[in-house]
Design a binder for this molecule. Structure first.
Ligand code: GDP
Length: 202
């Protein structure tokens, strides 16, 4: 499994510090505390891989992980932190919007949302940017173990219906680390972006 080979590549504060816009990138995004780092760690099966992104000074950075010479996972800064000054928030929103809309090698966006609080305003904003530039989005409804099975499925259906007009550009699944739910499904989605369709080997 290629995801197990992920290694930290670099952090970037500005878009011009990113590696050359070539190969394939898949970005992970979500509100702070949505479970993004945990999802990256469980998908790669590397315990503390993305938590390295949480060390002081790195939380506001774009952190990149290499899978091989051409494929990268991009850990975008968590959004929605109340403590961050408005000015910093706005600067970051602009940087994120530019990354999502201008990055040629970006093939997909994994969007983590806590299943108990899906589709918060910033989540919708991310989705709008992605849809506007035809970037495929796959939503992980994280921490599904926090809800009963019935509520879990109702939320899944609700989020799915919300985006039915954008299918197949937007898809959604349930995810839970303690229940080991959805990890394989998430990897299959990544496989499609990294290896499926019109991949051109560099
Ligand atoms: P991030 O800020 O989005 O990177 O979120 P983290 O991955 O650090 O997770 C935030 C909190 O949610 C941590 O305390 C995790 O242990 C917890 N968490 C993450 N995934 C799950 C899950 O699937 N189930 C439960 N119950 N807790 C989770």
């Amino acid at each position: 499994m290629i995801y197990q080979k992920a290694t930290f590549l670099k952090s970037a504060a500005l878009l011009n510090q990113l590696p050359e816009d070539a190969g394939i990138e898949v970005a992970f995004a979500g509100r702070s505390n949505a479970g993004k780092s945990s999802a990256i760690n469980s998908i790669t099966n590397i315990k503390r891989l993305a938590h390295a992104s949480k060390t002081p000074g790195r939380t506001q950075l774009i952190n990149l992980f290499s899978l091989d010479e051409t494929r990268r996972i991009v850990d975008l800064p968590g959004y929605g932190y109340a403590q961050v000054p408005q000015e910093v928030k706005e600067r970051w929103q602009k940087t994120l919007a530019r990354y999502l809309t201008e990055r040629e090698c970006l093939k997909g966006l994994m969007l983590m949302m806590d299943i108990r609080r899906p589709l918060m305003p910033h989540d919708k904003e991310m989705l709008d940017w992605a849809v506007r530039c035809s970037l495929p989005v796959h939503i992980l409804l994280t921490k599904a173990d926090k809800l009963s099975r019935t509520k879990m499925l109702t939320t899944l259906r609700g989020v799915h219906d919300h985006f039915s007009s954008h299918a197949p550009l937007v898809s959604v699944q349930i995810f839970s680390i303690p229940l080991q739910l959805g990890i394989i499904e998430a990897r299959e989605q990544l496989d499609k972006w990294f290896f499926g369709g019109d991949v051109v080997e560099e």
